[in-house]
Design a binder for this molecule. Sequence first.
Ligand SMILES: *Cc1c(COP(=O)(O)O)cnc(C)c1O
Length: 413
Amino acid sequence: MSYLSSIDPEMASLIDQEAIRQEEGLELIASENYTSKAVMEANGSVLTNKYAEGYPGRRYYEGCGLYDTMEDMARNRLKEIFGAKFVNVQPHSGAQANMAVEMAFLNAGDTILSLDLDHGGHLSHGHKLNYSGRNFNIVGYKVNPDTEQLDYDAIAQLARECKPQLIIAGASAYPRTIDFEKFGNIAKEVGALLMADIAHIAGLVAAGLHNSPIGIADFVTSTTHKTLRGPRGGVIMCNTLEHHKKINSLVFPGIQGGPLMHTIAAKAVAFKEVLDPSYKQYQKQVLLNCQALLGALKDKGYRIVSGGSDNHLFLLDLASKGLQGKEASHALEEAGITTNMNLIPYDKNPAMNPSGLRMGTPALTTRGMKEPQMVKTAELIDKVLNNIDNEDIIKEVKTEVIKLAKEFPLYNK
Ligand SMILES: *Cc1c(COP(=O)(O)O)cnc(C)c1O
């Protein structure tokens, strides 16, 4: 970054330091991943200079011809990946994709039935400080206290009682398969619209390793930067032209101005990578690595919420080791292992210092790590968590973390 270094050396230095952090650390945050250099080239390109308000063929600015082609590439590839009929690739983020659907089809005060935040739901599904919780009546479903998994009979019962206009299926911290067909049946029975938010599991759905909500849910929203491994952003898919038109006008001019065309181009590049056969292999390894990591931690005496995982992430219950989330995630970060503290279902501790750690394997798998490295990572995690006040041991682990990470170079190949 020679230009940046000469114009703003302070910022260049911060970015350099962050590149080293990414290169030398073990990234276990379940919602993160590393995009390819190709995606970053598109995202960091001259496309950031252009206004392209509107949609392909219907722009409000001149000079948009190439942008129509780019946005159509992104749309067509997304349709091909998921078998979707209509798509919108303009949402700046997953939260804005959800906002667009909720605002397009609900009136203020309408009821949304969604997974309780404390049980793995997302802010945009009804947190009281989020626009969703501010504008709509939110009813939360919970996981079963014994299995810690979704209980579809209980969700159906709740739906009959609260008669929601919208049901949301999808989560940020749910380690099990989501049965979209069951959600579809519940929505049909109570006359609700169904939105599937696949922000976390999109990559697995794309690879055919998780059942797909396409054609079942009225709307499918996703991020593009988690398992999907693209640039930071959102997308919306739906089944009918009527819904598509409403969504389009809610995204723009409803809640957004000019689309981030550099990001839309980068989304198109990422979608091309998803369509490559190697992507399915990658997602298979994400699942194998998740099993290897949680299995090794289980063997060391940690309790895994719901007993395991069907996807790319799991929740560690730290109570099984007499710890809490904040101290554990801080100590791990000092050792170069990044995770996030997370509420576990029916948590006895508060959100600011919950009982759980959320971990996922999309990022480490992108580096090329496999099962043996997951077993090694579990050993390093265990060493830190058994010695969270011992600076010397944490330093020792950090040295090992850097060594392991450097065996799987990220961008400095
Ligand atoms: C991450 C996530 C989002 C929001 O994504 P942002 O791009 O951060 O706004 C929405 N829904 C779910 C389920 C998520 O996990």
